[in-house]
Design a protein around this ligand. Structure first.
Ligand code: MN
Length: 269
């Protein structure tokens, strides 16, 4: 089994080595990761400049650094290494729970794998003041990989470790109202600066990723790429079950009064 490993904390993060060491029990491992931290970059890709793919020494592993995003790393990594079976991303220094999934570069690397028709697993852990205790997480990481490596129907999974796990739980993503809180500050010569932070405004619902980690469970959430709002789509199709307006009719409708045109547009939305 070929396992490509990436992250968004940068190739020198201790989390990537901790993950590679355990992953090596399951197959052949190669590391391809950003040269600098790319946390919260989401699923950005570098499309307007060329990328460098450079081999670097990293423990006992074959490792390459890329001057790009986590998604770039997975694209380049799978380009240079044929028949990759699985992409692992992490272990991120910080959780990726609930709405954080929209911003997470860690999850984006796993998502890029799923977009390429491969399987991707994102792994993150909570951090206090000190560096995470990867030795304590190791048995849980091994158990999670044991559980997921051969689960071939799941193409995208988001895993979060609490600081002191007491077991593993299957969960769903917590999607609750949250606040991209702005905290103002000043630079050394008094000019205004702003910190952007993410603070959940509501407590986590039982059975969700946030709830699990708050209760010291390792959270394992299967995700999907299709963002379609199924209920809304079904309702829209049932309400406006009309054939598409032809080009000829469309040009006629522009001659109608603006009010009527607006009504008609709303109806087909
Ligand atoms: Mn990160």
């Amino acid at each position: 089994m070929r396992i490509l490993i990436s992250n968004d904390d940068g190739i020198y993060s201790p989390g990537i080595l901790a993950l590679a060491k355990v992953a090596a029990r399951f197959g052949e491992v190669r590391i391809v990761a950003p040269d600098v931290e790319q946390s919260s970059m989401g699923h950005a890709i570098t499309a307007s400049r060329p990328l460098r793919y450079r081999r670097i020494p990293l423990g006992e592993f074959e490792a390459y650094q890329v001057n790009g995003t986590p998604a770039d790393c997975v694209a380049l990594g799978t380009h240079h290494w044929e028949r990759v079976d699985l992409v692992l991303s992490g272990i991120n220094l910080g959780p990726n729970l609930g709405n954080s999934c929209w911003h997470s570069g860690t999850l984006a690397a796993a998502k890029q794998a799923a977009l390429l028709g491969l399987r991707g697993i994102a792994l993150s852990t909570c951090v206090g003041d000190k560096e995470p205790n990867f030795v304590r997480l190791e048995p849980y990481l091994a158990k999670v990989l044991d559980l997921l490596v051969n689960e071939k129907t799941m193409s995208l999974v988001n895993v979060n470790f609490p600081e002191k796990p007491r077991g593993i739980r299957w969960t769903r993503q917590s999607v609750r109202h949250y606040n991209g809180k702005i905290v103002p500050a000043k630079d050394p010569i008094g000019r205004p600066l702003f910190w952007f932070t993410v603070r959940p405004l509501q407590g986590a619902e039982e059975g969700t990723d946030r709830w699990a980690v708050e209760h010291n469970w390792v959270s394992v959430t299967p995700l999907r790429l299709d963002l379609t709002a199924e209920k809304d789509l079904a309702r829209a199709l049932a309400l406006h079950h009309a054939p598409a307006i032809s080009a000829a009719k469309k040009s006629k409708s522009t001659a109608r009064s603006p009010k009527k045109t607006r009504k008609r547009r709303d109806a087909v939305r």
